[in-house]
Design a protein around this ligand. Sequence first.
Ligand code: ADP
Ligand code: ADP
Length: 235
Amino acid sequence: MIKINGLSKSYENNIDVLKDISINIDDGEIYGIIGHSGAGKSTLLRCINGLEQYNSGSLTVDGQEVSDLTGKELRVFRKNLGMIFQSFNLLERKTVYENVALPLQVWREKGNRKKEKEEISKRVHELLELVGLSDKLKSKPKELSGGQKQRVAIARALALNPKILLCDEATSALDPKTTKDILMLLSDINKKLGITIVIVTHQMEVIKEVCEKVALIDGGKIMAEGYAKDLFLNP
Ligand code: ADP
Ligand code: ADP
């Protein structure tokens, strides 16, 4: 699903932020990328979603070389990538319903207004049921706990049926119990929908909990890569 081969990236004032990165993330996998702050994880994620250009190497998502995509193609490409963040990035003045409906409204098939609204409403209800928040439809983000906010963000990220869910430090703001709940939800979603999930984190316990495969990144280089069960001998 994501094939990265010999990828290198420098910023103008910061060379070799990523050095010769090669990893393969298969369809339907839960793949972890772990490293300390400054290791290059966010840069790698931004290369995957086309927000950042790389200097050399290849990065394909579902067979498409990301650096080949231009404006309109990139916009369409990004529909296939759901993203969630440490800070949730919800719209504070909108309700849970409206937050989840937003991507559906942006990408709606223009036609019959009434049918459109019904379809969006059906999808939002479906998504909120999936994340266990059917009873919070009318709440605003400030009325929710951190875990509930992340559930809303997950529902929104899945709205357009992406093939991949990218999680950028998605549990870093949550307590251990809530972290576990969110990871169980991600695992459940992976099984139910068959979606590929990439988890970027500095938290080893997150990797051990749900990831089948792991890449350890440090100083922009892959230091170790493989099955979690082989890399961590003591579970
Ligand atoms: P991580 O997500 O693992 O914390 P980052 O990808 O954010 O790592 O950063 C990796 C390195 O690249 C750091 O040294 C950081 O200072 C540098 N960096 C990140 N973004 C930029 C940028 N836009 N311009 C220059 N240097 C950057
Ligand atoms: P109508 O415009 O007839 O109310 P909608 O399709 O907008 O129909 O709404 C269908 C259902 O979705 C409603 O039962 C309502 O609970 C929910 N809903 C729609 N919009 C919102 C919203 N902005 N906030 C909360 N719930 C909403």
